[in-house]
Write a protein that binds this ligand. Structure first.
Ligand SMILES: *Cc1c(COP(=O)(O)O)cnc(C)c1O
Length: 383
């Protein structure tokens, strides 16, 4: 893409890449557009991963991630996508039973991961356009506890398939009150860094995310915080494997490195992006996401559409618009493509019945206005 072209000025050791200004193209819930300077960071020469330079990069990223996760515990950095850490959390922390709350495609995936790891996974279904509520968690826990202990619960903070955000603070508090030994595992793949999630304050044992959504990095890295008590639990769980074994990751982390070869180029872009996030200011970043979500919901309603998410639980990073005007989402995207932009169709059964507009990562107010101007132009050509 022209916008992301990097010009190397001249040959030599201290060439500075010249990067074109950012232009938002993707309004899909991952992968999201990556700032040019973050993309450019990947082109730096390779270094050994047992070098001082790599360890310094790792240590710096780790400290900034702890700040962003709002945790004094560790954050593991792995070369994988977010699903890898869904699997890691299960394999490290569940030897008996786990309750998986399912209110969309990604929470369903976590249930499938747990069953696929041969764990006793209890599936609790919640209607797909609604949030998981503390009362439902309480009921499910009480019912399961009648048959013995529950190692963990899994819940998705921001269901990307439906644009619904669940109240994980209240859910975590409910689990702690009813069953203090049950670990709280939370997927925040599409909300992390767009919405504040204070891990320690909320009592979340594992919070996992991946690079290519609100963090606006290329795909290929995943991150998870792990509480002290979760790490202690892992020591008693058999069959943790090796690549994602928390104990192995912990040992390497203490030396500011990873057990296996890290994705060095991606880690370089992570370093640059974390600096950019703190330069914007995390509060400003959260406020921007809230403002863009509000603007998107207003656009939808003003243009005769409905919103799919249960009222009060709409996502701050992706809005699911019910296609009440029965427009062709395919035609809309073909139109947007001519303006070098793209949105997402509804997920699975919601294809054409809904469409999704992501407003996460690098998206600025002016980008949204450019998108809505094009969408309005498309709608004006309808009926
Ligand atoms: C995208 C997504 C996933 C899957 O993440 P990958 O990085 O693609 O493995 C899991 N959960 C949620 C909520 C997501 O949005």
């Amino acid at each position: 893409m022209q916008d992301h072209t990097i010009d190397m000025l001249a040959a030599g050791d201290d060439v500075q890449p010249v990067v074109a200004p950012h232009r938002q193209r993707l309004f899909i819930p991952g992968p999201t557009d990556v700032a040019a300077e973050v993309l450019a960071a990947q082109t730096a020469p390779m270094i050994g991963h047992r070098s001082d330079e790599f360890e310094a990069l790792f240590a710096r990223c780790e400290a900034q991630l702890q700040q962003l996760f709002e945790t004094s515990a560790r954050v593991y950095i792995v070369a994988a996508s977010g699903t890898g850490l869904q699997e890691a959390a299960i394999r490290n922390l569940v030897s008996g039973r786990v309750i998986s709350f399912v209110n969309g495609a990604f929470s369903q995936r976590w249930y499938s991961v747990a069953s696929g790891c041969d764990k006793a996974a209890i599936r609790v279904d919640v209607p797909w356009n609604t949030a998981v509520k503390p009362e439902q968690v309480a009921d499910a826990l009480h019912a399961a506890l009648a048959d013995g202990p529950v190692d963990a619960i899994t819940v998705v903070h921001n269901e990307t398939s439906t644009g619904v955000m669940s109240p994980v603070a209240e859910i975590a508090a409910t689990v702690r009150r009813i069953s203090p030994e049950t670990l709280v595992l939370v997927d925040a793949v599409s909300s992390f860094s767009g919405v504040r999630i204070p891990v320690d304050a909320w009592g979340i044992d594992v919070l996992l995310t991946s690079s290519q959504k609100a963090l606006a990095l290329p795909p290929g890295l995943a991150f998870c915080s792990v509480s002290d008590r979760a790490l202690a639990r892992a020591a008693d769980v058999k069959g943790r494997g090796w690549y994602f074994d928390f104990l192995t990751l912990e040992k390497a982390l203490k030396k500011n490195t990873t057990p296996a070869t890290p994705a060095i180029s991606l880690m370089r872009s992570l370093g640059v992006q974390l600096d950019r996030i703190f330069a914007e200011g995390v509060e400003a970043r959260y406020a921007r996401h809230a403002r863009l979500a509000e603007r998107t919901r207003r656009w939808a309603v003003e243009n005769g559409f409905d919103l799919m998410a249960e009222r009060g639980y709409a996502s701050q990073t992706v809005t699911t618009v019910t296609n009440t005007r029965s427009i062709s989402v395919k035609a809309l995207n073909a139109f947007l493509a001519r303006h070098d932009m793209e949105i997402s169709n509804g997920y699975g059964d919601y294809k054409d019945k809904a469409f999704r507009i992501a407003h996460m990562g690098e998206v600025q107010d002016s980008d949204m206005e450019r998108l809505f101007a094009a969408m309005n132009e498309f709608l004006a050509g309808q009926n």
